[in-house]
Ligand binder design. Sequence first.
Ligand code: PMP
Length: 407
Amino acid sequence: MSKPYLDIKKNFPVLNRTFDGKPLIYLDTAATSQKPAVVIDAMDRFYRESYGTVRRGVYRLSEKATQAYEGTRHKVANLINAASDREIIYTRGCTESLNLVAYSWGRTFLKPGDEIILSQIEHHANIVPWQIVRDMSGAVIKTIPCDDHGQLLLDEYRKLLSPKTKVVAVNHVSNALGTINPVKEMARLAHEVGAVVVVDGAQSISHMRVDVQDLGADFYAFSSHKMFGPTGAGILYGRYDLLEKMLPFQGGGDMIRQVTFERTTLQVPPHRFEAGTPSIVEVLGLGVAVDYLQTVGLENIEAHEHALLEYGTKLLSEIPGLHLIGTAAKKSGILGFALDGIHPHDIGTLLDMEGIAIRAGHHCAQPTMERFGVPATARASLGPYNTESDLDALAAGIRKIQGMFHH
Ligand code: PMP
């Protein structure tokens, strides 16, 4: 049977290396993706030939750097179908993007008694900032429960919604379970009660075609490092009419029009939310990563990872004593599992001896772990560079560990 597989491992230098003579099998893309040579080379070249500050230089080096920097904004707007480049805010990562919305939007709009709705299967980055603004504002947090497969219970969600609901913040894809949440339907329902919708897109942005307008996301947050770009850069998309009304997140250079000790007037978005010298080279690298994603094609990546997910799910399901955690009907390439009698950390450490990199832990989603009654899981997560043979190696590695423990 021919499957819609990509053949792009060769584009990623680190994936050609070995550990103790064994080829690296990288299955931790949900934590961070590897980088293609085009991104590494572009950043190296930029430092060698074109590096300068952005936004305030009068010399050519700085003008060029500013062009490249603003060019990424346009590429990102295109990638997610934002209505305008002005809706793209640069941050240091998804965590900072979510904190930005919580503080800026929350401080501007939340009042005592207002309700914030989160799901039970959020990353801590989409929980803790909301707890902080809850405590500052007197608002209340409510959570949408999930079923045993890790699918949100939409009937329960509907019951939580009311005119008191001011914001619904939910991940597009759960990093611990792989569930693809029905964010378009959830956004439609949230808008009916006048709430604002914040989507944590950390696990979706490089795995499927995202259209923020079609989804009805008022805010959409993600990190460069999970989409083949460098660390230290991230994006917050925000609807312009909302951004215009929001208080700043951080104060400093570039986010102001004029400053006196008596009074400061603010820049318009997105610059209002971009205080200080930004991650110039990282933003440049993100732009190249977006080009790479577009060249490979989000539809192709989605088809590739879906075929691999089905292959891996079948392989792991055949292993006695292995329990998949996260079995939603609509799933992204994340395989969370537990093995009878073997701690996830031992699984991770022993697989590493085979050259296989997976994540073991609570995945910054302790409420999700609590829902499934486990302190931690082992998690193999897929990228477009993975292959069936990576999953064969994973399954063989797991069986080998079981043999060590049970004989
Ligand atoms: N949300 C989700 C669903 C994630 O998986 C992650 C990263 N593990 C984050 C938010 C935070 O992203 P970052 O650490 O890049 O800021």
